[in-house]
Design a protein around this ligand. Structure first.
Ligand code: ZN
Length: 371
């Protein structure tokens, strides 16, 4: 395929851009690093067709590239923050055998550079693309607090959303992601002297111990619903009947229905000890991304293009959330995993497979063209 040949011919140049971008290490929350990475994006995408604008947020700049084209806009989601504190890798960028290794090279700076080449390809060949809105965000790895409203506002006008997170470890695209919730269950008891008059107290730690087993029992492994009561605190001193105790619970589920079932059950928990009270707070921070006929049709388009490129892509499902969860929850057909092929996400050995770069970049270029 012609596009594939074009990408292959530009692989050395692609690697230079990828290296320059990855070397500007940009862990979430690192103002200076994020600023430097945003400057790379401005230099790279600024000269392309369209208008690049910038909005500063407390978590770093959000960049928006708007490009005119056919029909309602297609939203492209990219985050340029990474999970790695600066200097985590022995070298910020390294080519070894068929791998490029570096912080964020796979999640997801590689996907962003693939988009750069997909757009350069469209300009070089004069190909028509749909209208595009590309968001480059600085806070995905810490929950997208600042970016979420901007993503949702752009999604409301979009006919589709493409997410440039990496594919699954098997190389598949992502059509489903679990919803992610964080809840706090607090037991309120009553303090008393443990030696003098313990009978006047209500032990919150004991109360919570009863409840934690009930929380665990809400899990449904068959349906993929998991509950992790992973952080636990309570009491003040060993000679004081514990007045307060709480547990933080991580919930993951594939469907809204399951989230609803668990939330309802958490709120219905009844205290076991006389005089104890329970409080549940928190909620979903990423809604479920469930496949729809429209998102599967989008996947099917990508699958057919992949086939022509020699890729056999399947509709993947993953437990972790992304910004695609927000767009899918608004009913926008969402396809995720369109970044580069590689592995070891969030590890200090994170890499992309160099020889697979042209095919993934061509897949993105062709998919944009086909929409
Ligand atoms: Zn990511």
């Amino acid at each position: 395929m012609e596009t594939l040949e074009w990408m292959k011919a530009r692989l050395p140049e692609f690697l230079k851009d990828l290296e320059a971008f990855v070397r500007r290490e940009s862990p979430s929350g690192d103002k200076e690093g994020l600023e430097a990475a945003a400057a790379f994006l401005e230099e790279a995408f600024g000269p392309l067709r369209g208008r690049l604008s910038r909005k500063d947020t407390p978590l770093g700049p959000v960049l928006l590239l708007k490009r005119d084209g056919r029909g309602e806009p297609v939203l492209v989601l990219c985050h340029y923050d990474t999970v790695h504190p600066k200097g985590s890798f022995p070298e910020a960028f390294r080519l070894a055998r068929d791998r490029a290794v570096g912080p964020g090279v796979y999640d997801m700076k590689g996907g962003i550079v693939a988009l750069l080449y997909a757009l350069r390809h469209a300009e070089a060949t004069g190909r028509e693309l749909p209208a595009l809105e590309v968001l480059f965000t600085p806070d995905e790895e810490v929950g997208s607090k600042e970016s979420r409203p901007l993503i949702e506002a752009a999604a409301r006008k979009a006919r589709a959303a493409l997410v440039l997170e990496p594919p699954t470890p098997e190389g598949d695209l992502k059509v489903a992601r679990k919803g992610v919730g964080l809840y706090r269950l607090k037991a309120q008891g009553k303090a008393a002297h443990q030696g003098v008059e313990p009978e006047r107290g209500v032990n919150a730690v004991l109360e919570l111990a009863h409840q934690i087993l009930r929380v665990g029992a809400l899990e449904d492994r068959e349906k993929g619903t998991t509950l992790g009561p992973n952080v636990l605190r309570g009491g003040t001193a060993s000679n004081v009947v514990a007045e307060e105790a709480w547990v933080e619970i991580d919930l993951r589920a594939w469907t809204r229905e399951e989230v609803g079932r668990v939330e309802e059950a958490l709120r219905a928990l009844k205290p076991v000890l006389p005089g104890a009270r329970l409080e549940v707070s928190g909620g979903l921070n990423r809604p479920t991304m469930e496949p729809t006929p429209e998102s599967l049709a989008l996947f099917e388009k990508a699958r057919a293009i992949g086939e022509a490129l020699g890729l056999s892509l399947r509709p993947g499902r993953v437990g972790g959330g992304s910004d695609g969860n927000f767009t899918a929850a608004l009913g926008v057909p969402t396809l995720d995993g369109l970044g580069l092929y590689g592995g070891d996400a969030h590890q200090r050995s994170e890499y992309v497979v160099v020889s697979e770069i042209p095919r993934r970049a061509a897949l993105l270029a062709e998919l944009l063209h086909a929409l």
